[in-house]
Design a protein around this ligand. Structure first.
Ligand SMILES: Nc1nc2c(ncn2[C@@H]2O[C@H](COP(=O)(O)OP(=O)(O)OP(=O)(O)O)[C@@H](O)[C@H]2O)c(=O)[nH]1
Ligand SMILES: [Zn+2]
Length: 335
């Protein structure tokens, strides 16, 4: 395996200083409570963790530098993208996957299809700094997937949407544009939509994937449950795929820029409203309501935007500085 085939790019190379020469770059492949494994040019290795290091600070897909002999962790490189989510009661967000090029938001051509839920996933993917693709599974179980494709495509400007039978090898070809050598994707979506099935179809025929997952399983042989852990799998077409645990409830917080991208047709109109703090509900001179009245904007979509926008405001921590100045933490994808 070469570093570029593992997703290494100039973005990471540029972070190396003179002191880093000779150190071993590793791509984090699995993260457990007290253990991490990484992939490198030499295969799968267990990453040595210094005493003060908590594995919760790492995500599958991270790039780290390690000592070439002992494999002891030296430092993590800056991330190009980071998919994370806030879970109820947790102080810090849960890291889902790092350095992704694409998130496959998986849903199926049946009752699971739910625009409001897909919008939540889209907000998360946008905020992570990755491209989102909607993958509609179970296309073989509906007489016509076209209405699902059409509805999904309307959820965000320029959004790419594909439909597949996740059990068919044809899915590999359909998803190939995002699964080539050096590309990394993550799967997110509700339980039962076909994420595991898709993963198996995409990763099955690759000998490398068998080796990587085989080696990791061996490491876990002493009765530890590893099925819920996320891991990096090799795709037949050369890329890497990260499975994520099913998300039952998905609350949004800290996704303001993700929502702006998602609801561009609403947020772009706001500057034309008469009042700067217009809520687009009943104010005079509201450009958004005018668009609804003119039939250019779907009222249901505006309602869903408001719900997510309010939920995000409510859940996003705002530090209050001296004299009550509102001050938020640093945002953006470089963390
Ligand atoms: N016919 C058909 N069945 C599918 C397709 N995708 C998934 N299935 C079936 O749907 C069921 C659920 O698929 P899974 O892959 O387990 O779903 P999941 O998203 O991984 O679910 P969790 O592991 O609970 O998150 C399985 O019985 C699959 O065989 C598809 O495209 N076509
Ligand atoms: Zn308005």
């Amino acid at each position: 395996m070469t570093l570029p085939s593992l997703g290494w790019a100039s973005f990471f190379e540029e972070q190396l200083g003179p002191d880093d020469s000779g150190q071993l770059p590793l791509r984090v492949a699995t993260v457990h409570r007290s253990r991490m494994t990484g992939l490198s040019t030499i295969g799968t290795v267990r990453v040595g963790l210094p005493a003060h290091v908590n594995t919760a600070q790492f995500a599958v897909g991270d790039w780290v530098l390690a000592d070439p002999q002992s494999h002891l962790l030296i430092r993590r490189l800056e991330r190009r993208s980071l998919l994370e989510r806030q879970t109820v009661g947790a102080r810090v967000p849960q890291l889902i996957a790092a350095n992704l090029d694409t998130v496959f938001i998986v849903t199926s051509c049946n009752d699971d299809f739910n625009p409001a839920r897909l919008e939540r996933y889209l907000a998360l993917a946008n905020e992570a700094g990755t491209r989102a693709v909607i993958v509609l599974t179970k296309a073989d179980q509906t007489p016509d997937p076209a209405p699902f494709l059409e509805q999904a495509a309307a959820l965000q400007r320029g959004l790419e949407v594909v439909s597949v039978n996740a059990r068919s090898p044809d899915a590999v070809g359909v998803l190939a544009p995002w699964s080539g050598v050096g590309q990394t994707v993550a799967l997110i979506g509700s339980s039962g939509v076909g994420k595991s099935t898709l993963l198996n179809t995409l990763a099955r025929k690759s000998e490398d994937a068998k080796q990587a997952t085989g080696a990791i399983r061996e490491d876990d042989a002493k009765g530890r449950h590893t099925t819920t852990a996320r891991s990096l799998h090799k795709i037949e077409t050369g890329g890497w795929i990260i499975d994520t645990p099913g998300m039952r409830t998905l609350h949004v917080s800290d996704v303001s820029s993700g929502l702006e991208t998602l609801f561009a047709e609403i947020t772009e109109r706001a500057p034309d409203c008469r009042f700067r703090d217009c809520t687009h509900m009943h104010e005079p001179g509201c450009a958004v309501q005018a668009a609804v009245a003119a039939g250019e904007l779907d009222l249901a979509r505006l309602d869903r935007w408001r719900k997510l926008h309010n939920e995000n405001l409510q859940n996003t921590p705002v530090e209050t500085g001296a004299r009550g100045n509102r001050k938020s933490g640093p945002r953006g994808k470089f963390r």
